[in-house]
Design a binder for this molecule. Structure first.
Ligand code: AMP
Ligand code: ZN
Length: 492
């Protein structure tokens, strides 16, 4: 394993728009904050991609030996429609619609979020704070910013004064915008906002009489702004200056821009050393998004119960598909791409099984240490998982050559290869060996045999037998799906 003291890891920092050597604020320790979900609906595969990307980053940092404190919040209040300052709370809308308490909505979708991430083999974060659990701290930070003269009160709401802040700071430095451009691009409906300037944003909002979740404050009953919660919770658990702040690309502006401004306005310090942004999962070339309905839910993915897929896929095959793209690249989702990844993953698993059966020889014809260096170099280059995976497949070629007596490896090299592959495949990439599950292997064998018998029946035009096989399997919860590459099956 490379020593963390060698400091080889470089990360792409959105703030400097370049790759930088990763040097943590406190030696050997890493503080990482990632914006969590707003829990008002089921997570879709796009959300899952962002959290899987940061899970891989968390895993690699831990693998390198860092003591990582990973904080990921749950947004359970304050996130308004269209990410605006004037709409209704997303959780309240759902609560009203379903005639439930807002906290029931929060509980339901937090549980769903955790279940989905567990299926994808994500580690839980070390701390998972909620916005409603930190109202006192949010009021305190809003008060400090007010006292520092960088916010103002109107009718029981507190707004951040962007123009004033921008006199000594650069609001827009993360997203590469400037304030004049923001001024002309920010829409506001005449008479609907109390703000001095449209680009100002709410730290605290007065609750309207119909608002469902509100708290007492020095400015009357209200609720915190969405951006404030992350400023408060990140610094509460990681300190005024910490190493990594992550989230999806779409959060760069305004959410993360506002976080920087709030922390700087409250204590004079920029909060984050490295801003990391994960790119979007698209479906038919368009961003997967709750608001447009262009989504695929994990349940549909696992069961195959969607016109988008020819069959269901195991979560680890989906995770492998995601790891084959760099976390900063857009990834387009499709049945064919996923099916190709599943095949590739199976090849990797089979190769790793063959590796364990290989006979050691006196000499090696393959430089395992050099190969290990290449694997680490890929990951040290801003977590380049697709390059890492290409090196893993290079190792599989050697495994096949050794099995065919066309190459050789010593006992030490065989052991090193097995250990390194296990480290990268299972620990760092977080994949699971699904082929060691003998019962599912046997099930596949039996169902594939029945599919073959059904095909024979169809070739003989024995439709009653072919239908009977399909229907009987369906009765016991196994769905056959006929596609252009033959018949596949999914288990309910
Ligand atoms: P939300 O619950 O909408 O606040 O989103 C939770 C996280 O999912 C944020 O970090 C978003 O950036 C991320 N996200 C939303 N849509 C996508 C997508 N299509 N691909 C990747 N990440 C996404
Ligand atoms: Zn956030």
């Amino acid at each position: 394993m490379t020593s963390i003291k060698e400091n080889k890891l470089s990360v792409y920092n959105s703030l400097s728009r370049s790759k930088e050597l990763f040097v943590p604020v406190v030696k050997d320790h890493v503080g990482m904050y990632v914006c969590g979900p707003t829990v008002y609906s089921n997570v879709h595969l796009g959300n899952a991609r962002t959290f899987i990307s940061f899970d891989m980053i968390y895993r690699y940092l831990k693998h390198l030996g860092y003591k990582v404190r990973y904080v990921r919040n749950i947004t359970d209040a304050g996130h308004l429609e269209d990410d605006s300052d004037d709409g209704e709370d997303k959780i309240s809308i759902k609560a009203r619609l379903e005639k439930l308490e807002p906290m029931q909505i929060v509980q339901q979708y937090t549980v769903d979020f955790h279940n989905v991430l567990r299926l994808f083999n994500n580690y839980p974060p070390d701390i998972e704070p909620t916005a409603t659990g930190h109202i006192v701290e949010q009021i305190k930070m809003a008060k400090t910013i007010l006292e520092n003269g960088l916010a103002y009160e109107v009718n029981g709401s507190i707004y951040f004064d962007v123009e004033k802040y921008n006199k000594d700071n650069h609001y827009g430095k993360l997203s590469g915008r400037n304030i004049d451009e923001l001024h002309s691009n920010t829409r506001t409906l005449e008479g609907q906002s109390d703000k001095k300037n449209p680009q100002d944003f709410a730290l605290w909002k007065k609750a309207s009489p119909t608002h469902l979740q509100f708290w007492d404050s020095p400015w009357g009953d209200g609720f915190p702004g969405w951006h404030l919660e992350c400023s408060v919770m990140s610094t509460k658990y990681l300190g005024d200056q910490f190493d990594i702040h992550g989230g999806g690309m779409d959060l760069k502006f305004p959410h993360h821009e506002c976080e920087i401004a709030q922390n700087k306005a409250a204590n004079g310090k920029e909060p984050v050393k490295y801003w990391l942004h994960a790119n979007m999962l698209t479906l038919n070339g368009k961003r997967m998004s709750k608001s447009t309905g262009n989504t695929l839910n994990p349940d549909e993915l696992f069961s195959g119960d969607t016109p988008l897929l020819e069959k269901g896929f195991h979560p680890t095959a989906v995770r492998f598909f995601m790891m084959q793209a760099h976390y900063r690249s857009v990834l387009d989702f499709s049945n064919d791409a996923l099916a190709a990844s599943e095949k590739g993953f199976q090849r990797l698993m089979n190769g790793m099984k063959v590796l364990k059966t290989l006979e050691a020889k006196k000499t090696s014809t393959f430089d395992v240490k050099e190969w290990i260096e290449k694997c680490y170099s890929a990951m040290d280059d801003d977590f380049n998982t697709p390059i890492l995976i290409s090196h893993l497949f290079d190792a599989m070629k050697i495994v096949n050559q050794v099995a065919d007596n066309k190459a050789s490896l010593t006992k030490d090299d065989l052991e090193l290869l097995i250990k390194t592959l296990n480290d990268f495949v299972f620990e760092v990439l977080g994949l699971e060996d699904i082929s060691i599950d003998n019962s599912s292997d046997k099930l596949s064998g039996v169902v594939n045999m029945l599919i073959q018998m059904r095909n024979d029946a169809r070739n003989d035009k024995n439709w009653s037998l072919s239908d009977e096989i399909r229907d009987k399997l369906k009765d016991i919860g196994i769905q056959l799906k006929d596609g252009k590459d033959g018949t596949s099956f999914s288990v309910e």
